[in-house]
Design a protein around this ligand. Structure first.
Ligand SMILES: [Zn+2]
Length: 446
């Protein structure tokens, strides 16, 4: 009896749900959040390295969902913005100085020369001496454009190994590099009578994709409010998983959680369909390679049209302020946070609910996510997060899995974001511009 009553009620509810207009449905739901994070961060996307294959599955999912939500492509007739990444991976190097071989662990190289076969006269030789500032010298060499053999005093052994490790994956760039190289050898030879350096760099061109869609504004169509996240992560750790070990960096929190927020906000605003400003929903690639996707995107837009950017990073775990509560990076750089906190009481019954300032200023998070690429152009662009980054054990680990997320609190955060962004989306509030920052200084080698 009980069972049959339940199934009858269930059947009626199902029929009602199917008959109700789309607008009556709650677009932001635990179900849709769960479906998104599983689709983006499941093992099938192989950790979404920007230069890998698994990321394409996530990109297709995001574009399909934006289309299904009824949004228009942002890049002409495409949901994808495709651009080229140049990668230069060092091949094995052999170096002889004064006829003596330099051991592999005392050697690293960065550059873009496809084949190197240098003798003493073919290359500039420079030294990093024991009392030199290693970082300053490296940055000086990176700033000039000629090839060098760099002899590093053994006093710098530790930082030398650190840099060797940092650069072992080669260099990545949005522009073609100049075909030169810096070869570093930990070596105390006082005079160099002979040298032989053989090696080079494997060049690879990779097509990268940002994914975006737009909901055109009813009256202020040339003014955009941006919701963003990054859909890439750091891939797999390259070892075989024959022993059954987990090798996939799923990046469920970082940043499938943000991608799901972007998709749910797209569904929400599409159903509402009353936005006065245009809303851009975008997920960036290659954030983990140094904000490359957002940096490229920044070169293709008129930043003056971008009224504000909510970049959503790691909202899958409860913040130190409690579940469903979030914080914002760079709170003092524009008045976006102040405007949001003015709105909050009218939407939320909790008097104490506020968007909090980033509690981890030492991490410099304002500069470490895609909001920085637009903030540099003067856009009030901030990252929204909830993760306790100072003690998160899963950050950039294979354990950043969907099972570690609190999806209910995440759904709550997305609902709050939908409310607090509305006055800006409807043109009632306009945050102040951010003081533009100089472009990041790029070296010629890495
Ligand atoms: Zn991230």
């Amino acid at each position: 009896m009980k069972n049959s009553l339940h199934s009858t009620v269930g059947a009626i509810a199902l029929i009602l749900a199917q008959c109700l207009p789309k607008a009556a449905a709650e677009a932001i739901s635990l179900e849709s959040v769960t479906a998104d994070v599983l689709a983006v961060a499941g093992d099938q996307t192989l950790g979404r390295s920007a230069d890998g294959t698994g990321i394409k599955i996530a990109e297709k999912y995001i574009a399909d969902e934006l289309k299904a939500a009824g949004l228009q492509p942002f890049f002409g007739d495409s949901y994808f913005q495709t651009f080229t990444l140049y990668q230069y991976q060092p091949k094995p190097f052999t170096v002889y100085i004064n006829e003596k071989p330099v051991a592999a662990e005392k050697l690293f190289a960065v550059g873009s020369a496809s084949a190197i076969d240098w003798q003493l006269d073919d290359v500039n030789i420079t030294r990093i001496k024991a009392d030199d500032d290693f970082r300053a010298r490296i940055s000086e060499l990176n700033g000039q454009s000629e090839s060098h053999l760099v002899l590093v005093d053994k006093a710098h052994q530790q930082i030398f190994s650190g840099f060797a490790n940092y650069l072992k994956g080669g260099s990545k760039s949005l522009t073609k590099q100049n075909g030169k190289a810096l070869v570093f050898a930990l070596n105390d030879a006082q005079s160099v009578d002979s040298a032989s350096i053989k090696g080079g760099f494997e060049q690879r061109k990779v097509a990268l994709k940002n994914v975006a869609a737009v909901l055109k504004g009813k009256s202020l169509a040339d003014e955009y409010v941006v919701f963003s996240a990054h859909h890439d992560h750091i891939g797999t750790h390259g070892l075989s998983n024959e022993d059954g070990a987990d090798i996939i960096y799923n990046g469920a929190n970082d940043d499938a959680s943000g991608v799901s927020a972007v998709l749910n906000l797209a569904r929400h605003y599409s159903v509402k369909s009353n936005n006065q400003r245009s809303i851009l929903f975008i997920t960036f690639t290659a954030e983990e390679m140094g904000l490359l996707g957002s940096e490229y995107f920044g070169t293709t837009i008129d930043a003056a049209q971008m009224i504000s950017m909510f970049n959503i990073e790691m909202i899958g775990k409860a913040s130190a302020f409690g579940p469903g509560k979030m914080w914002m990076t760079g709170m003092d750089r524009s008045n976006l946070g102040t405007l949001i906190n003015e709105n909050l009481p009218q939407y939320l019954k909790d008097e104490n609910y506020r968007i909090e300032a980033d509690p981890y200023p030492d991490f410099q998070l304002f500069y470490r996510s895609d909001n920085a690429s637009l903030a540099r152009l003067g856009v009030p662009a901030h990252s929204i997060s909830s993760t306790q980054i100072s003690k998160d054990q899963d950050y950039h680990q294979v354990s950043d899995e969907v099972s570690t997320l609190d999806l209910e609190q995440m759904t709550e955060i997305i609902k709050v974001l939908a409310h607090v962004s509305e006055p800006i989306i409807n043109g009632k509030q306009t945050p102040e511009r951010i003081q533009p920052m100089p472009a990041r200084t790029k070296g010629n080698f890495f």
